[in-house]
Ligand binder design. Structure first.
Ligand code: CTP
Ligand code: CA
Length: 226
């Protein structure tokens, strides 16, 4: 019943959503990662598919099962996530970057397990590509690009800076220092930041936040067309 009551307002739209974290290997048994669980990206994928969209979910390692009806592409590293997104971006109407992409990867992936030695271990990191920035640079006028900014300070300023720098249409600003927001929680407290201004939302479930984001994406598409 619930599914039939959902408005099918995303019918005919193709959405690509990135979700979760990256594991960046050091050697065959070790990697560097972050606290992202994928909950926000998976909630977006589920909400979008229920509203009739065709959804491609490019996901890093996550405990969650991809929602029914979603095409899931599973990746580990930031480079793999980059390649999967770039291979599919041209076919999309909407691209949403909910993944906590690893900014850096260890420069060397040791073939053999590292042995401990006396003294400190120094690991050199190099930059991963910025997926959202790359998508933003080649974005068509009919495509909507959405980013997330998980911040601990100057949340709205940082989110607006990223909106401009990455040529995005909408940024979801997330104060991860607040209780009930950010990594691993089922709820989130976000502000929608776009070129028309800031829209603070109350504490909501990630699924409710997902629907608010998708509502705004639809408004932005109409604004674009009109
Ligand atoms: N992002 C991305 N590729 C990266 C890093 C980030 O696509 N290599 C995307 C994220 O998915 C998110 C947005 O960019 O939608 C902002 O990510 P965030 O980590 O907040 O910003 P950064 O640009 O990485 O800046 P910093 O971490 O220094 O704040
Ligand atoms: Ca980052």
């Amino acid at each position: 019943f619930a599914e039939q009551e959902q408005p099918q307002d995303l019918t005919g739209l193709r959405l690509l959503i990135t979700a979760g974290r990256n594991n960046e290997p050091i050697d065959p048994v070790r990697f560097v990662t972050n606290r992202s669980t994928g909950k926000m990206g998976y909630a977006l994928a589920e909400a979008a598919v229920k509203r009739g969209a065709q959804v491609t979910l490019v996901t890093g390692p996550s405990e969650l099962a991809p929602p029914a009806g979603v095409t899931a592409i599973k990746v580990q590293t930031g480079l793999e996530m980059h390649d999967a997104v770039m291979a599919h971006v041209a076919a999309q109407d909407v691209i949403i970057g909910a993944a906590a992409v690893a900014d850096y990867r260890p420069k060397l992936r040791h073939e053999q397990k590292l042995k401990k030695k006396d003294g400190p271990l120094v690991i050199e990191f190099e930059r991963n590509p910025d997926i959202l920035l790359e998508v933003g640079k080649q974005k068509r006028a009919d495509q909507v690009l959405v980013g997330f900014a998980a911040e601990t300070e100057q949340v709205l300023e940082n989110a607006r800076g990223k909106l401009e720098r990455k040529h995005a249409d909408l940024f979801v600003a997330n104060d991860v220092s607040q209780t009930g927001a950010g990594f691993g929680t089922d709820t989130n407290i976000v502000t929608l930041v776009d070129r028309a201004g800031d829209t603070p939302l109350p504490l909501l479930s990630k699924r409710e936040v997902a629907d608010k984001i998708l509502d705004r994406v639809l408004e932005l598409r109409t604004r674009e067309a009109g």
